[in-house]
Design a protein around this ligand. Sequence first.
Ligand code: BG6
Length: 496
Amino acid sequence: MKIEADNNCIVIFGASGDLTHRKLIPALYHLYKIGRLTEHFSVLGVARSNFDDETFREKMRQALIQCEEATGETLDAFCQHLYYQSINTFEAEDYAKLIPRLTALHQQYETEGNTLYYLSTPPSLYGVIPECLAAHGLNTEEQGWKRLIVEKPFGYDIETARALDIQIHRFFEEHQIYRIDHYLGKETVQNLLVLRFSNGLFEPLWNRNFIDYVEITGAESIGVEDRGGYYDGSGAMRDMFQNHLLQVLAMVAMEPPAIINADSMRDEVAKVLHCLHPLKADELENHLVLGQYTASVIDGEEVKGYLQEKGVPADSTTETYMAVRCEIDNWRWAGVPFYVRTGKRLPARVTEIVIHFKTTPHPVFSQKAPENKLIIRIQPDESISMRFGLKKPGAGFEAKEVSMDFRYADLASPSLLTAYERLLLDAMKGDATLFARTDAVHACWQFVQPILDYKAERSRIYEYEAGTWGPSEADKLIAKQGRVWRKPSGFMKKKV
Ligand code: BG6
């Protein structure tokens, strides 16, 4: 498979926004620096702000210097590929201004008409931009490919997700649409597939006969920062669970694809998401806990509660924490609970999966044996740790939990790609394997919709102090089956 991007022009809608200078431009810069983007590319920033090419270049240069410590010739050369066009993105007629710009750029960079449109705009424009592009024939693939990257949120609920899909499909075909979920771009999420499907060791144990339950944690230590306005309309359920964590769950639970390519991978992902057991209101009573952080002092510093954050209404009932018990209705997983939790202002930033294996069928030793578990840490400090019991040295047969650890950094090469780099590069190569397909997105919404309905009508929000592991009700949720959440700690020390 080729490792470089196709020659192309990347059109970023929402070019004056945060994502462009924080993630997209740094990702493109790094790809350029390591030679994965050839000289045959250009970036056309598009937004309402009245910049010219030079102003845009200067802004991006400053952003790169700040976050990349980029200097010198490579930075200068990269910035020469940046251009800007101001348009009113709600006005179809204004898109005519893109035609001469794109024609000139395709000619100058010999990009054969290949165009990647990146929608880094407020979601209200996700339906509008494809229609306006189509009004000027900018969606057709007669001269070069045309691809559309759509940022999350892909819909606000099942209805809006369906409507958006219909709207975009009127102008772009599914093979042109790349729905980005940056969790799928993370090396260690992909490593999960390799761990499962390139080893004969794990797969025979990866089912209801040997696995007792699975925990998935997406914890963040930060609060909502300056995104209170957005977050309050979203909450943990839409912000993290509906997309990122359900995608991670699918990677843990999917069947082995026959081959790793966009179709077979995404067939299996969609299949397992369709098997999620739909949670009814009476089940949610016992299987869902929502929380909201309150003010506290962390490491001697006062930390605001959610209701005091900028942009958050003082009476908001939006959840900043959620824990839910899910089940998968298929042969592999029947009866195995998947406990998933996520929250802001928890004690650490950590994403991990814990596979808890069943205990031995008969106790040979008088003392209870340590649990067998596989801990897959997605971030930070990416690692895999196998925990099991061994004999404590000395008299008797006392077992002690020991650990076999692997740190992903020991394999890492200096050219390891970040999530946005990997995904942008894949889109420019036409590889949609790590992008969410429409059926998978719908399956996620289908599972989440009853939870959203329940949340709106009946649920309670429990408070938790910032810097703690969420409301105590979440401990009770898992304790009902005699289990406890793992408190991620003991981050492995870096080898020196
Ligand atoms: C984003 C959410 O999609 O993912 C943020 O909108 C969240 O609220 C972020 O902080 C988490 O991503 P990561 O890569 O830092 O785990």
